[in-house]
Design a protein around this ligand. Structure first.
Ligand SMILES: Cc1cc2nc3c(=O)[nH]c(=O)nc-3n(C[C@H](O)[C@H](O)[C@H](O)COP(=O)(O)OP(=O)(O)OC[C@H]3O[C@@H](n4cnc5c(N)ncnc54)[C@H](O)[C@@H]3O)c2cc1C
Length: 205
């Protein structure tokens, strides 16, 4: 993905103008672009007339060509795909691997194990989601807490009742891997380029 930053436009400008300027700055022929999206939009009101400041994300039809545009302008940055390689052990496991907890950590641990050819067993103390939702509604209505089925415990883990913010400040390249897995499982495409991506409670559940 190519990010074109610091695209300054008058307040009256819309996304089409921002896309045009991004392609112009990065010297990308329009015919080569597969997708354009707004990664970030802010207003700079510090000097005279306020300006819209866009960051535009561009994906090329041939993603292999993207690095060639890195030097087109200081505003251009390339965001590559995460190369996640796992080092396998040398001895055969005597039993199936066991993952404890079906929150995000457990889900991704189980996914990686499965992709390596294992058949992980996931142990989860709480119930499946439908039952969990009922337990949370019951708690809201009566104040009676089920210690195994609540906002924290059950299928999906602690974030299942969140609004699905995917922002983090850790800057780890594995964040790209997590994003790719969400996309493979039906998350909205925009989480790939938005600065503050979000999946929404309706999709989480
Ligand atoms: C209301 C709320 C909103 C949130 N919103 C966001 C957000 O928008 N964005 C964001 O990035 N983060 C958010 N978070 C934080 C995020 O949910 C956590 O960082 C994340 O869930 C941690 O993942 P985890 O897998 O380490 O642990 P958890 O999600 O806590 O998963 C642990 C799992 O283990 C199970 N478990 C516990 N004990 C046992 C046991 N003895 N045996 C078997 N299973 C067990 C639990 O039932 C649970 O399913 C939110 C958290 C909450 C509570």
């Amino acid at each position: 993905m190519i990010l074109v930053r610091d695209i300054r436009l008058p307040l009256s400008a819309g996304e089409p103008q921002a896309f045009e300027k991004a392609l112009h700055l990065a010297r990308i022929p329009r015919s080569k672009a597969a997708h354009l999206g707004v990664a970030r939009l802010s207003v700079d009101a510090r000097h005279g007339q306020p300006k819209l400041v866009y960051t535009i994300a561009v994906t090329l039809k041939d993603e292999g060509e993207e690095s060639a545009y890195a030097g087109a302008s200081p505003c251009v940055a390339i965001r590559g795909k995460t190369d996640l390689s796992v080092q396998n052990g040398t001895q055969r496991l005597p039993h199936r691997p066991v993952v404890c907890g079906l929150g995000p950590a457990g889900l991704f641990a189980a996914l990686l194990l499965a992709r390596q050819g294992y058949k992980p067993i996931v142990l989860e103390r709480g119930p499946a989601l439908d039952e969990r939702v009922k337990a949370v509604e019951h708690f809201s209505a009566t104040g009676e807490l089920d210690p195994n089925a609540n906002i924290q415990f059950g299928e999906g883990g602690a974030g299942t009742f969140s609004d699905g913010k995917l922002t983090t400040r850790i800057g780890d390249e594995l964040c790209g891997f997590v994003t790719e897995v969400f996309l493979q499982h039906g998350a909205p495409e925009e989480i790939a380029w938005k600065q503050k991506p979000h999946v929404g409670t309706d999709l989480l559940r």
